[in-house]
Write a protein that binds this ligand. Structure first.
Ligand code: BDR
Ligand code: CA
Length: 319
């Protein structure tokens, strides 16, 4: 297990963050070197608590290092639609054991990338605050990080938090811009792609058994997401955007990607946090990102369902 692909998850749990985290923690091919919390779906302190709660509830075979979130310089916008509930985990209100002193998320990112140069894949499933800070703190990181996969942005232009912006980018556009503009290799998995992978109510009928930690955990968080997708968005199915982005990091063959020149709008009356692509025939912007443009929906769904089932099997009470 210690020789698996090294991965660092940067998360703002968030129910879809939690599912992605669960899949990664029980994937025998992976070594989750750290999980760094970032404010987004919930404020920074709650995000840190949620990371700890998820790991405690799931008790994976190897506990990763945890990084502590703190507020982005410009603060976080308040969310008018609470898809994940006020506590971020569907009102499950998990108790956590005493919060230990944690290093700041950006320090943990720097440490882990430096400890295994070229080997760590960072999967960013929340606002890009931590990543931008890590890159500012240690400019050498850009050439040492293996790969960066980001759930965020919109390709077609239609956002989910505003008409123009996707949530993760909208929360901290300054940081997103810094990350987009950095020289590291990165892949963007935009909301247009992740929202194609939908899960109906049958997901709830096929959860891992209640005799597993994964099964019990999912029963406490997933029903809330179905309710909020129906009540807030009028959907009869849910999207697990972050789980789809994790799959993009692990199974690139299930996605088409195109090289693009992208930037982030910092402020605009209607467009703050929008991702803007230079699509001119003769581009003036530098190519700086690979963007997922097409997804094999059936295969990604299947991979997520298998990941959930595997987490169930690996977390049966006897284990
Ligand atoms: C992203 O926003 C968050 O609410 C989700 O966790 C996901 O990372 C989708 O726009
Ligand atoms: Ca997220």
């Amino acid at each position: 297990m210690m020789n698996g692909k090294k991965i660092l998850l940067d998360v703002d749990p968030g129910i879809d963050d939690a599912v992605a985290l669960m899949m990664a923690l029980f994937d025998p091919q992976l070594e989750v070197v750290a999980v760094t919390a970032v404010g987004g779906n919930v404020p920074p302190d709650q995000a840190t608590r949620n990371v700890q709660a998820i790991i405690e509830q799931l008790d994976p075979p190897r506990w990763p290092r945890i990084g502590r979130a703190s507020m982005p310089e410009m603060g976080l916008p308040t969310r008018n639609v609470q898809l994940h509930g006020p506590d971020g985990l569907g009102n499950a209100n998990f108790q956590v054991s005493e919060l230990q002193h944690r290093h700041a998320s950006e320090k943990v990112i720097c440490d882990e990338v430096r400890a295994a140069p070229g080997e760590v894949t960072i999967v960013a499933l929340g606002p890009l605050t931590n990543l931008a800070r890590a890159l500012a703190r240690d400019p050498g990181l850009v050439s040492l990080v293996g790969q960066i996969v980001i759930m965020g942005g919109t390709l077609s232009g239609s956002g989910n938090i505003t008409p123009a912006a996707e949530f993760n980018i909208y929360c901290d556009p300054e940081s997103a811009r810094a990350v987009f503009r950095c020289a590291a290799t990165k892949t963007l998995v935009p909301i247009d792609i992740t929202s194609q992978v939908a899960f109906g109510y049958d997901l709830l009928d096929n959860l891992p058994s209640e005799t597993s930690r994964a099964g019990r955990f999912l029963r406490r968080v997933l029903p809330f997401l179905f309710r909020s997708y129906r009540q807030e968005l009028g959907y009869e199915d849910i999207r697990l955007n972050d789980a789809t982005a994790l799959v993009a990091a692990l199974h690139a063959e299930l996605f088409d990607v195109e090289l693009a020149a992208a930037d982030v709008e910092l402020s605009g009356e209607l467009t703050t946090g929008a991702t803007v692509f230079d699509r001119r025939r003769i581009r003036e912007w530098r190519t700086n990102v690979a963007v997922a443009t097409k997804v094999d929906v059936a295969a990604v769904r299947d991979t997520i369902l298998r990941g959930i089932a595997a987490a169930g099997e690996a977390s049966e009470d006897a284990k």
